[in-house]
Design a protein around this ligand. Structure first.
Ligand code: SF4
Ligand code: SF4
Length: 279
């Protein structure tokens, strides 16, 4: 199963959940949070190999260009803008769709290659595989890196540490998954951000369950919302000083504090039930 772990915003415990699940299942973890990958801090990979990821962008041959404007009309990312005298190309905005070359009847468009980031492949300290990508500073879209991470993954079962929020990189990350775990925290922000992620998953028809991180007794608003809408709470990670210390040291909770292992095992046990209820 491809299991995506996502959250409405950064810092809610997404990596805590994904890295602990990778630890207890010993399965591949793919960190697609390409702007700020941090799973490797906890999983401490060794034998790392890195590969560049390139993208293509248009270059205009002004000798051939007839300034018809078709490429600009076609590009929905405003990456190519014909003016009265020349065609401007904003290469960082280009999504490498290849459309402008097809649309240009004058044959004035060729593509150039640019490196936008890297993919890293290694082995965690507990000997399972890990992959992550990193987008170069200044680049606007890392979707290509995420697609490349998946394209080079023959495994059928893995855990995905997705980017936070509901941007196009989250969509690209989660669209490969069979099930999604939303990690949230019991605060008004946690609830409102979680609602946006739920909307996204419902649109994409991906079954999901919820994990409450930093759970505190007496906090009912989030749980009431889940119960009212029949959203399954897969587990709760308590607000605990020892967990915070473990996290700050870059350690896996299940490894450093085995008494919490059951929380993560139970999260995994509940997933088939949620999927069966959806069918
Ligand atoms: S479509 Fe081709 S010919 Fe027309 S403006 Fe763009 S580059 Fe020039
Ligand atoms: S390749 Fe696609 S995204 Fe890039 S400039 Fe051409 S039409 Fe726009």
């Amino acid at each position: 199963m491809k299991l995506a772990v996502l959250s409405g915003k950064g810092g809610t415990g997404k990596t805590t959940v994904s890295s602990n699940l990778a630890f207890i299942t010993k399965s591949l973890l793919i960190d697609t949070d390409i702007e700020e990958p941090n799973s490797h801090i906890f999983l401490k990979p060794k034998n790392i190999k890195n590969f560049p990821v390139n993208t293509m962008y248009p270059e205009i041959d002004m000798e051939r260009c007839i300034l018809c404007g078709n490429c600009g009309d076609f590009c929905r990312f405003n990456a190519i803008i014909p003016s009265k005298k020349k065609v401007l190309v904003f290469e960082e905005s280009c999504h490498d769709c290849g459309g402008c070359k097809i649309i240009c009847r004058a044959g004035a468009i060729n593509y150039c290659k640019r490196e936008i980031g890297e993919i890293f492949v290694g082995e965690t300290y507990f000997n399972s595989p890990i992959k992550y990508g990193k987008l170069n500073i200044g680049e606007m879209s890392g979707v290509k890196i995420i697609k490349e991470l998946y394209k080079t993954t023959p495994e059928k079962d893995f855990i995905i540490d997705c980017p936070p929020g509901t941007s196009c990189t989250t969509v690209a990350s989660v669209e490969e998954s069979d099930f999604a775990i939303i990690v949230t925290e019991p605060s008004p922000f946690g609830l409102s951000d979680m609602k946006l992620v739920i909307e996204l998953l419902q649109d994409m028809k991906i079954p999901f369950g919820i994990v409450i991180n930093k759970s505190i007794e007496g906090s009912t608003e989030l749980k009431n919302y889940c119960n009212k809408n029949s959203f399954e709470i897969l587990g709760e990670i308590p607000f605990d000083r020892n967990i915070a210390k473990t996290y700050s040291k870059g350690e896996i909770i299940c490894d450093a504090l085995p008494q919490y292992r059951e929380i993560f095992e139970n999260i995994l046990k509940k997933i088939p039930e949620v999927i069966n209820n959806e069918i």
